[in-house]
Design a protein around this ligand. Structure first.
Ligand SMILES: [Zn+2]
Length: 328
């Protein structure tokens, strides 16, 4: 039987045949973006302000460059876990993306560990030496051993081009590459993101990992999986997220959510899809030459172009691709 499902151009600027799914609405009110609810209240004195200012200091420049903007909105500071003495905290800081067409992509988010020294907080962001040092020192109540192990895996200076990741849906099923390699903001390099849609729309973990959520809002969030081999993957626009506690270790194939058009931290989506990104620590890893789900991706001259190849077959944007699983 011939499949008549059509590829959705997803968060690309291209709209194939004018297909926009009627009935799929975006419930997000951009004006409400200032009140993104954190999953855990921040009750450590001075922590929120310290993370906010250090995010601007340490991540502001690279985020402005990556998103090609002169100014950034205030970061959304969330806490995943603290400890009794209120001397340590673990959480995320996320710069929302502007909302609206031209802002296809995901917000810039980084996990942090914070340690209080008197009135001051030392705040370090994932993927940096300072972060690794604080992860090692952090008490178990803030960072259990298994989470530490995964976070420290990003310490290695190299990574394998065979990622050990499946594509983020059921192995054996085919979905559409709605948008080939593109930046985490849509346009800018490195092209570390790919848009997918299709099948039953259920997004699954492409490998074992520990799960985190940032910009939790309206049943959506930026979902991050930190894998044991040093890679992290993020998922944006999803709806119907699993409720697993932050830091839960989940197995490959565990449901993360459904494809959608949600914008819990800004951006734009023209149809239901998942914006899938590859990272190491907070650093974006270009998918060019990387093998995921049996396909080796190749970036194009422009964002959203490019292709993927498996065993002599090459597919481009808008074409279906079968998930051959991890390690193929
Ligand atoms: Zn995308």
């Amino acid at each position: 039987m011939k499949k008549t499902v059509r590829a959705i151009a997803a968060c690309t600027a291209i709209v194939l045949g004018g297909v926009l799914l009627a009935g799929v609405t975006d419930n997000d009110d951009p004006a409400a973006d200032v009140e993104l609810s954190a999953s855990t209240p921040i009750d450590e004195p001075g922590l929120a302000a310290a993370v906010k200012s250090s995010s601007v200091d340490k991540l502001g420049q690279e985020t402005r460059n990556a998103y090609a903007v002169a100014q950034l909105p205030d970061p959304v500071v969330e806490k995943i876990r603290g400890e009794k003495g209120k001397n340590w905290a673990f959480g995320s800081s996320t710069f929302p993306l502007a909302t609206g067409e031209g802002n296809e992509g995901a917000p810039a988010s980084a996990l942090y560990v914070a340690k209080r020294n008197g009135k001051d907080w030392q705040v370090e962001y994932e993927g940096t030496d300072g972060f690794f040092a604080l992860v090692e020192q952090a008490p178990e109540a803030v960072l259990p051993a298994e989470e530490k192990q995964n976070l420290l895996a990003a310490k290695a200076n190299t990574y394998a081009t065979k990622t050990g990741l499946a594509l983020p849906w059921k192995v054996g099923d085919s979905w559409f590459m709605g948008g080939g390699p593109h930046g985490d903001d849509g346009r800018s390099k490195p092209f570390n993101s790919i848009d997918f849609n299709g099948g039953d729309g259920t997004v699954l973990a492409p490998a074992d990992g520990t799960v985190y959520r940032s910009c939790v809002k309206n049943g959506s969030a930026l979902v991050k999986l930190v894998h044991a081999n040093g890679f992290s993957t993020t998922y944006y626009h999803m709806t119907g997220l699993i409720k697993s506690k932050a830091g839960t270790k989940i197995k490959a194939g565990t449901k993360l959510g459904k494809i959608g058009t949600q914008l819990p931290c800004g951006g734009f989506a023209s149809g239901p899809h998942v914006h899938f990104s590859l990272l190491k620590g907070k650093n974006k890893v270009p998918v060019n030459g990387m093998t995921i789900g049996g396909w080796t991706f190749k970036e194009g001259a422009q964002s959203y172009q490019g292709s993927a190849s498996h065993a002599g077959q090459t597919v481009g944007t808008g074409r279906p691709m079968k998930n051959f699983g991890a390690g193929k």
